[in-house]
Structure formats: structure tokens, C-alpha cells
Design a protein around this ligand. Structure first.
Ligand code: KG4
Ligand code: ZN
Length: 368
């Protein structure tokens, strides 16, 4: 079964073709992505209306590029999966509209996919795919969640952020340091030159005993520290950007210290989830999963504890069409490809900008 996947929930237009046939390992036949980062950079964040318009411009040329890569005609597509939610309503509508139009024209089913389920299942396209069950650490720009995953559609939320997501903590701290959007990759690059012990930032909820996260206080602590350093400078803070008076080393030290705080919390809470569930596999997905320090520390901790850790391929950590095609294919194979547009007896444009993963509806562990 060849599934065309379309991702357009935020600032990346992703299209991919995945072959998910029978019990064979799923294969990526073609993959193309256009990132809008440059377009939004001038505004310091995503401008929804600009995002939607750009998705419209990109999605069909990307689809052509993917089919050319795969060496297949459009008629070889068996189903079309699109990101149904959560995300920006206008941006989601572009993917949904194109998917429905293609589905209608080809007479093929259309599958609405939950964006987080895409991230969650993305390691199944890697060279070292996981096996169910596993604990998933899902860390993106909008979500920080720990989940127990027993199979396709069987997800139990173990803990989540009560305020900012991990990616948001990276992005907001980076912004305070005057780094360009999206802050995560820029902050982690800068952190390589810094001393992670220079500043003692809080490790929120580390000892709360539950599996929830909280990162909003970290942003305030970074703001306080940057202000303090700026005021201590002879030129004072009267510059264009609050962080301007800081030396390159001070900025790198703040970056390294805040990265260390976020990563420590993510690693410790993941291990609490491993202990609590008794599972021996961990899957890390979402944009923050690309972070080198997180991978290094989780790798070391997992090796020591005898826990297997799985990641998506690095280029599939952030948003992309391949994870949507794969999730659509895995849902179809599991007989769960309902809830999409074709369900309603046609191809209505149907998106869910707010859509808790728990609404996907199956118990995590039916055996008990
Ligand atoms: O999964 P994703 O592409 O989009 C969402 O669904 O949100 O995640 C984007 C987030 C952004 O907050 C970005 O700063 C963060 O992932 N990110 C990183 C790194 N690469 C992306 N954070 C830390 N280190 C990275 N290397
Ligand atoms: Zn995402």
C-alpha cells in the first residue's frame, strides 16, 4: 500500500510517499520538504496567514517532486494521508483540501492523521525500528508528553507539561538571548561553546513525584539572569536587545546552562516513566529529539540501565510528510483508518486545530 502523506500543520510543508505493505518494514519512496523558517524569521515566530498562503504555493510542486523521486505516477498512490490536527486551522485546511481533492480525483481513500501520532510512529521508518510496547517521550514546539504506547492507536498519557513545552522553553530562552527563530537548534549550537555549570537554572517539577513537566519558570529564570548580566555591563541594558551587552561567552554560558536544565528534566522524567511502567524501550520523537545533548545523555543513561532507545532518522525528527504517510499506513493496516475525511461519506474539508491525542480512543493496555 503506497500512501502519500501531506503535513501542513505549522511552518513546514512536507510531502512524502511511503510503502507500508503487509508485515514488511515500511519504506520511504520519496520525501520533500519546504521550511518556511526564513519567511517567519523577520517576525520572530510563525505568522499563521503567511503560513497558509505558503503551504498553498508549495504543496503541489512538492507532490510532483516526491512522485518524480519515487519514479511513480499519481495513479500509483493507494491512499492519501494528511495532518488533520492539531495545528494552525488555516494551514491544516490547505493539506486537508489538497488531500481531499486528490482523493476525490483518484477515487482513493483519504486518512486524517493526528500530528503527534505521526511523530510517535516516525521511528518505525528508521534503520532501528522499535517494537511495541514502549514509553514515548514526545517533545516538540507545542507538546511535552510521556506516553505508554502498546500498539497503533493504543496510547496512554503518563504525564505532560502543565505550561510551556520543551521546544517552547528552547525557543523562548533563545529569543531572550537574541538568537533567531526557531531557537532550539541555534541555542544548542551556541551551547557548545558554553559552560553548563555557569548558571544554576531551576529543574522544574524534577522531584514532584509525577511525570508532568513545567518549563515556564525556566524562561523567567533566564530572563532574570540575562537582565542581571546586562545591568552589570558598563553600557547597561539600554541597547536594541536586552542581551546585546552580554559577551559572547556569557551568552554561550546561559545557553549551555538552560539546555542542561531542560535536558536533565527530560532524561530524569523519562527514566521515572520507564521505572513506573516496567517497560524496557524508550522512543524519543518530536523536534527536540534532534537535540544532541538529549541524545547523548539519554544514550548513556539507557546503556547503563539496559534500556533500548529509538529515535526517528534525524531529518524526520522535525515536522515532515513521511511521518504522516507512515501513521496513515499503519492506521489503515490496523483497521483504524477511520476518523478521516472519507468517513463522512465524501471528502469534506475536515480539520481539528485542537485535538488531544487521547481522543484517538483506544485503551493503551487492554490486557490490564
Ligand atoms: O516537532 P517540531 O518540528 O514541530 C512541532 O510539532 O512543534 O518541533 C519544533 C521544535 C521547536 O521548538 C524547535 O526549536 C525544537 O523543536 N528543536 C530543537 C532542536 N531542533 C528542533 N530543540 C533543541 N535542539 C534541537 N537540535
Ligand atoms: Zn511536530
Amino acid at each position: 500500500m503506497r500512501i502519500l502523506g501531506i503535513e501542513s500543520s505549522c511552518d513546514e510543508t512536507g510531502v512524502a510517499l511511503v510503502d507500508a505493505s503487509g508485515s514488511a518494514t515500511p519504506r520511504l519512496l520519496g520525501h520533500a520538504l519546504h521550511s518556511q523558517i526564513e519567511m517567519h524569521q523577520a517576525y520572530g515566530g510563525v505568522v499563521p496567514e503567511l503560513a497558509s498562503r505558503d503551504h498553498i504555493r508549495r504543496v503541489l510542486p512538492l507532490t510532483d517532486a516526491v512522485l518524480a523521486q519515487a519514479g511513480l505516477p499519481l495513479s500509483a498512490v493507494d491512499a492519501i494521508a494528511y495532518t488533520r490536527g492539531p495545528g494552525l486551522a488555516g494551514a491544516l485546511l490547505v493539506g486537508s483540501g489538497v488531500a481531499c481533492a486528490l482523493g476525490f480525483a483518484l477515487g482513493k481513500p483519504v486518512i486524517g492523521v493526528h500530528h503527534l501520532e505521526g511523530h510517535l510512529l516516525s521511528p518505525f521508518l528508521s534503520a532501528d525500528p522499535p517494537e511495541f510496547p514502549f514509553v514515548a517521550l514526545l517533545v516538540s514546539g507545542g507538546h511535552s508528553q510521556l506516553m505508554r504506547v502498546d500498539g497503533v492507536g493504543r496510547y496512554e498519557l503518563l504525564g505532560e507539561t502543565i505550561d510551556d513545552a520543551a521546544g517552547e522553553a528552547f525557543d523562548k530562552s533563545a529569543k531572550l538571548l537574541g538568537l533567531p527563530y526557531p531557537g532550539g537548534p541555534a541555542l544548542s549550537r551556541l551551547a557548545q561553546q558554553g559552560d553548563a555549570l555557569a548558571y544554576k537554572f531551576p529543574r522544574p517539577l524534577l522531584h514532584s513525584g509525577d511525570l508532568d513537566f513545567s518549563f515556564a519558570g525556566l524562561k523567567t529564570a533566564v530572563l532574570t539572569q540575562v537582565k542581571k548580566l546586562a545591568h552589570a555591563h558598563p553600557d547597561g541594558p539600554a541597547t536594541l536587545h536586552l542581551a546585546d551587552p552580554l559577551s559572547a561567552q556569557q551568552k554561550a554560558d546561559v545557553a549551555a546552562s538552560v539546555q542542561a536544565a531542560i535536558v536533565e528534566v527530560l532524561v530524569k522524567k523519562s527514566f521515572m516513566a520507564i521505572r513506573q511502567t516496567g517497560l524496557r524501550r524508550l522512543v524519543v520523537a518530536g523536534g527536540v529529539g534532534a537535540n544532541a545533548l538529549l541524545r547523548e545523555q539519554l544514550g548513556a543513561a539507557c546503556a547503563q540501565a539496559g534500556v533500548r532507545v529509538h529515535y526517528p532518522e534525524l531529518h524526520l525528527c522535525t515536522d515532515n510528510g513521511a511521518m504522516i504517510a507512515l501513521a496513515g499506513g499503519m492506521r489503515a493496516q490496523a483497521g483504524l483508518a477511520s476518523g478521516g475525511a472519507a468517513d463522512a461519506g465524501g471528502y469534506p474539508f475536515d480539520v481539528k486545530p485542537r485535538w488531544p491525542l487521547s481522543d484517538l480512543g483506544l485503551p493503551a493496555n487492554p490486557a490490564g
